[in-house]
Design a protein around this ligand. Structure first.
Ligand code: TXA
Ligand code: MG
Length: 320
């Protein structure tokens, strides 16, 4: 596993590292790279062999479609057909942590494996300078799920990628991710936007632009987003959420000041933004400490808190 440090403040080294990574993408290899949400594991979205390698590396079920990353909305319009509401969202939030699930264009060059055979494709324009540079240099849309083995917490640092996926992948290291949680995923029923996955762009910001979001269905008979039904984000330790205090033998993850000895801390100051940045790293830390059971304090639902609670609920439910 090669971890390559990339820093836009050192332009010539930066360009060289990006060019080398783009060549790997062009050869059908996998490259892990930072986005503003979490680290992604990237592959040329037009190359079926590369995508097969990507599913294999993550141990990801092939029914779970990938998000395709492009440099701007113009590039996205070559892949998917926008409705007026989707256009508004793209204008308001791209580049940034928002994924739009839209019908593929007739000439969409993305391989069917990326969309898991669906007629729709999830597309996003990341804001991170390393993600932007890699997409531009590769000259192809880049499919990138979170760079973790399927089911584990997403990586928010380069070292997490190495821990999770082991040898064989280049990781571009630009330090910890800003948001720490994945993008918000929006699908459509006609022109009505549906919240498929709460994420780093808070619901309130989206609703301020396009009005109320419809809720996704968790009805197994008609999955609105295949990823919703799968085991997700779980540490190996048993997880109890909304815990006022730890019980015997539980490692406590606090939110705000705590008297509990040896507790891990999501955010001493009680900030949901800070808690989002720390969440996945702390779940990994609990495993590293060999904790058998973890109790997590209640986190408020406001802002990115909705996404934090979504991840915690899914992690806990995965173990039930
Ligand atoms: O922030 C992010 O979105 C990160 C970074 C790397 O960009 N990526 C990420 O990808 O979280 P992944 O594969 O871990 O999650 C993609 C989610 C899954 O829940 C998947 O089911 C959903 O998006 N999705 C993708 N394409 C879809 C489609 N055509 N229809 C419905 N859901 C889709
Ligand atoms: Mg993921």
């Amino acid at each position: 596993m090669a971890i390559v440090s990339v820093d836009p403040a050192h332009p010539s080294a930066f360009r060289a590292a990006i060019a080398a990574a783009a060549r790997e993408i062009a050869l059908g290899q996998l490259v892990a790279f930072p986005t503003e949400t979490v680290y992604g594991l990237g592959a040329d979205a037009t190359n079926g062999d590369a995508l097969a390698r990507l599913f294999e590396a993550k141990g990801r079920p092939r029914i779970n479609p990938l998000i395709v990353h492009v440099e701007n909305a113009k590039a996205a319009r070559k892949l998917v057909v926008f409705n007026p509401v989707a256009l508004k969202l793209a204008e308001a939030f791209w580049p940034g942590p928002l994924t739009l699930v839209l019908p593929k264009t007739a000439k969409c060059p993305v391989h069917d494996l990326a969309s898991a055979g669906l007629a729709t494709l999830g597309v996003r324009v990341p804001a991170h300078p390393v993600a932007q540079a890699l997409i531009l240099s590769a000259g192809v849309p880049i499919a990138a799920p979170s760079a973790n083995a399927s089911g584990e917490p997403s990586p928010t640092r380069a070292a997490h990628v190495a821990e999770s996926l082991g040898a064989g992948v280049t990781v571009l290291d630009a330090g910890p991710c800003n948001a720490g949680l994945e993008s918000t995923v929006i699908g459509f029923d006609g022109h009505t936007p549906i919240l498929l996955r709460p994420g780093a762009t808070p619901r309130s910001e989206i609703e301020a632009v396009v009005g109320k979001l419809a809720e996704a269905s968790d009805d197994a008979a008609k999955p609105s987003s295949p990823g919703r039904l799968l085991r997700h984000y779980a540490p190996h330790a048993r997880l109890r959420i909304n815990a006022a205090a730890p019980e015997d033998g539980e490692l406590f993850i606090a939110f705000g000041p705590t008297e509990v000895d040896g507790a891990l801390q999501l955010s001493e100051a009680g900030s949901t933004r800070e808690a989002a940045m720390n969440l996945f790293a702390l779940l990994r830390e609990a495993d590293k400490r060999g904790a058998k059971a973890v109790a997590v304090a209640p986190v408020p639902e406001d802002g990115i808190g909705e996404a934090i609670n979504d991840r915690l609920r899914r992690a806990a439910a995965a173990q039930a």
